[in-house]
Design a protein around this ligand. Structure first.
Ligand code: PLP
Length: 369
């Protein structure tokens, strides 16, 4: 039998040979076409100044929370920020988490029972799969955004079903047919859970709010590490679900709460978003410029994520290296993060990218595809 360290080393060597070894790198300088900071909030001096003022006025915000929210870690601030979030999204209630990964882990490990079936889009985020692994429910996958496949699976189920989708998928840069899926969920009495990580902020408060689907959704997740430029997440749900999560969700119960400053940053992020609609417009202008360069992409017209499929690891790596030498920061996604044969360069567009940068970037890509 192989020793653990030999096994670890062999797996790492295999990744190295394939050119897919993951490494922690420090952020380099360059034009940002890889971060989730779609609206530039993470680096906004104005937002930093607002947050600094909050700390100067109330340094206690920086104190540790001292425990789980069920013991010593709850606060007036956490409760009031949750109420404010629920109100803004027009859900009955909200429950804060330190990250979207934690929120999905809590949701999917807790709501579905042993007898239930969770039907996930095949491109759903890893945090949903990991949540399902911690639950006793059965998990089935439907083909990406394929309503017919989803309906065929729903038809065959006798037990209570959950459907898990993202409103905007971050690997493909395409939207879920969320209204049609909500209709199917109604028809088959399934509970629909929507992850709005990439849509929140880019499209106002997200696509559920845009299409006013709150009453057809069992729960939603919004995250604050992407367009809001910070960190954290909230589950939007009804009072009973919130109480159930507080009682039974291990990632919520057995973890120290974040400090109040994180909750205040989220609230300030919402206020900043409300006051800066122009950034969303600038982002859409930049997406239009990118799309007008006529690169082949499976992504949708208005998506801030534009994928360029290059199903050849070597060529993909070469392109990314060339872009990096030219001062462009992009991210290449290899299998198994995406299916073999659909490896891609993932371009994230931002409100702060310039037309010149976008035209130069796409010019280099064109030489490789
Ligand atoms: C769709 C989706 N859900 C959840 C998460 C996790 O959110 P967070 O980064 O806040 O943990 C991500 C982040 O990559 C995501 O893309």
């Amino acid at each position: 039998m192989l020793s653990n360290s030999t096994r670890f080393q062999e797996s790492l060597n295999k990744r190295k040979e394939e050119g897919t070894l993951r490494r922690l790198r420090l952020q380099s300088d360059g034009a940002d076409f890889y971060s989730n900071d779609y609206l530039g909030f993470a680096k906004s001096k104005e937002l930093q100044h607002l947050l600094l003022q909050k700390i100067i006025n109330n340094p206690q915000l920086l104190s540790g929370s001292t425990g789980s929210r069920l013991i010593s870690g709850n606060s007036d601030i956490a409760v009031s920020v949750e109420n404010c979030i629920a109100q803004k999204h027009k859900f009955e209630s909200a429950l804060l988490f330190p990250s979207g990964y934690n929120a999905n882990l809590a949701l999917f490990s807790t709501l579905p029972s042993r007898q239930d079936v969770v039907i996930v889009d095949e491109q759903i985020h890893r945090s949903v799969h990991d949540g399902c692994k911690l639950s006793n429910a059965k998990k089935l996958k439907f083909r990406h955004n394929d309503l017919e496949d989803l309906e065929n699976i729903l038809k065959r189920q006798e037990n209570q079903c959950y459907i898990a989708i993202e409103s905007l998928y971050s690997m493909e840069g395409d939207f879920a047919p969320i209204q049609e899926i909500a209709q199917l969920a109604d028809q088959y009495k399934a509970s629909l859970i929507v992850d709005e990580a990439h849509a929140f902020g880019v499209f106002g408060y997200g696509l559920i709010e845009k299409y006013q689907l709150q009453h057809q959704i069992s729960a939603a997740v919004v995250t604050y590490g992407k367009a809001l430029g910070g960190h954290g997440a909230a589950i939007l749900c009804n009072e009973t679900e919130k109480s159930y999560l507080i009682n039974f969700a291990s990632p919520f119960i057995y973890s120290t709460s974040a400090q109040d400053f994180q909750w205040v940053s989220i609230k300030t992020g919402y206020e900043f978003l409300d006051q800066n609609h122009d950034l969303g417009i600038q982002l859409q202008d930049n997406i239009k410029i990118f799309r007008s360069q006529n690169l082949q992409s499976p992504s949708m017209e208005t998506s801030p994520v534009q994928a360029i499929v290059i199903p050849d690891n070597q060529k993909l790596k070469q392109l990314q290296d060339t872009l990096s030498e030219e001062g462009f920061l992009t991210y290449a996604i290899y299998s198994p993060t995406v299916k073999e044969g659909s490896e891609r360069l993932r371009i994230c567009l931002h409100s702060f990218n310039t037309e010149e940068e976008i035209v130069k970037l796409t010019g280099i890509i064109k030489e490789f595809v």
